[in-house]
Design a protein around this ligand. Structure first.
Ligand SMILES: NC(=O)c1ccc[n+]([C@@H]2O[C@H](COP(=O)([O-])OP(=O)(O)OC[C@H]3O[C@@H](n4cnc5c(N)ncnc54)[C@H](OP(=O)(O)O)[C@@H]3O)[C@@H](O)[C@H]2O)c1
Length: 276
């Protein structure tokens, strides 16, 4: 049995599908039962003592990062007899300035997994293509998208590729003790991604970069200040490298990473539903 955390989310849902396609038995850890095609067990990653039922009989776990007591979580995994864990981390864990809370929680999560005694694989993806869903409200209003850091090219990755690597790491030997940097096949500016999305939607979409001041205000509306500062450190001061391409997806899965065009085509229906 394999336990997938975050199975209602962008990456966990793809991991659940990838494991099912590979014929592996899958259980989802959920905070509340949802409409999922697999067995669900309720638990909370912020409460390691709530995980025992979900972990019963589990061999491998796909684990999200950043919860209150990650060492407590991995201790529960070990106690339950789990053999291997794949941790979703981030390029933030290897940023050049790691003195920010996003890097700190990724690094702490990696340390917990490394110290767990389990066979581990750490995944350090660049930003996700699914972050594009953040444009949904603006695209429901019109054809203009205004966003921060318009001059930063990112080799963003399709969560389906993170899932494909996860399935290999959980189901096949040879990935233990490895930390994989994962990117998509090309570094694109936000304006490039919007143009590609527009083509998939049959809409002429326009991008406008926010000024630094506007970006700070927009991000602060939904994000605590210390995280806004972290994003400014990553993308304005360029302390994170999500531009360099890594060949890891192809090396692990045997096929190239999916393009943003493929992601946009697959997920176009989500954007069409908000279009008036
Ligand atoms: N976005 C990026 O570019 C990026 C890049 C690198 C790494 N990451 C990391 O990747 C993680 C996953 O990203 P995503 O886009 O898949 O996230 P997402 O779509 O927001 O999904 C988050 C998932 O976590 C679950 N969850 C939240 N709190 C939980 C808790 N206390 N206990 C158990 N489950 C909990 C949610 O379940 P519910 O249904 O209960 O809410 C949901 O299934 C992020 O949180 C981030 O740490 C993100």
């Amino acid at each position: 049995m394999f336990l997938v955390t975050g199975a209602t989310g962008n990456v966990g849902s793809e991991v659940m599908q990838a494991l099912r396609l590979a014929g592996a038995p899958v259980r989802a850890l959920v905070r509340a039962p949802d409409d999922l095609p697999v067995e669900q067990v309720v638990g909370d990653l912020d409460r390691p003592d709530s995980l025992a039922a979900a972990l019963a009989g589990v061999r491998g776990v796909f684990l999200l990062p950043g919860y209150r007591d990650m060492a407590g979580v991995t201790a529960e995994l070990a106690k339950a007899g789990v053999e291997r864990v794949v941790l979703l981390s981030s390029q933030a864990a290897v940023a050049t300035d790691t003195a920010n809370p996003i890097s700190a929680f990724m690094i702490a999560s990696e340390a917990a997994v490394r110290g767990s005694g389990l066979a581990w694989t750490i995944l350090r993806p660049a930003a996700f293509m699914s972050n594009t869903f953040r444009w949904l409200p603006q695209l429901g209003q019109g054809d203009l998208v205004r966003d921060a850091f318009g001059d930063v090219p990112i080799a963003s990755i399709d969560p389906a590729d993170i899932a494909a690597v996860t399935a290999k790491a959980l189901l096949e030997p040879g990935h233990e003790g490895r930390a994989y940097s994962l990117t998509g096949p090309e570094a694109l500016l936000p304006a490039d991604r919007l143009r590609i999305l527009g083509r998939a939607l049959g809409r002429r979409l326009r991008f406008q970069a926010l000024t630094e001041e506007e970006a700070w205000v927009q991000m602060s509306a939904t994000t605590p200040t210390e995280y806004v500062k972290a994003f400014f450190s990553f993308y304005r001061d360029r302390t994170i490298d999500e531009t360099t391409l890594h060949p890891t997806v192809e090396q692990v899965t045997g096929r190239p990473p999916r393009t943003f065009d493929q992601w946009a085509t697959t997920h176009a229906w989500r954007f069409q539903n908000v279009t008036s």
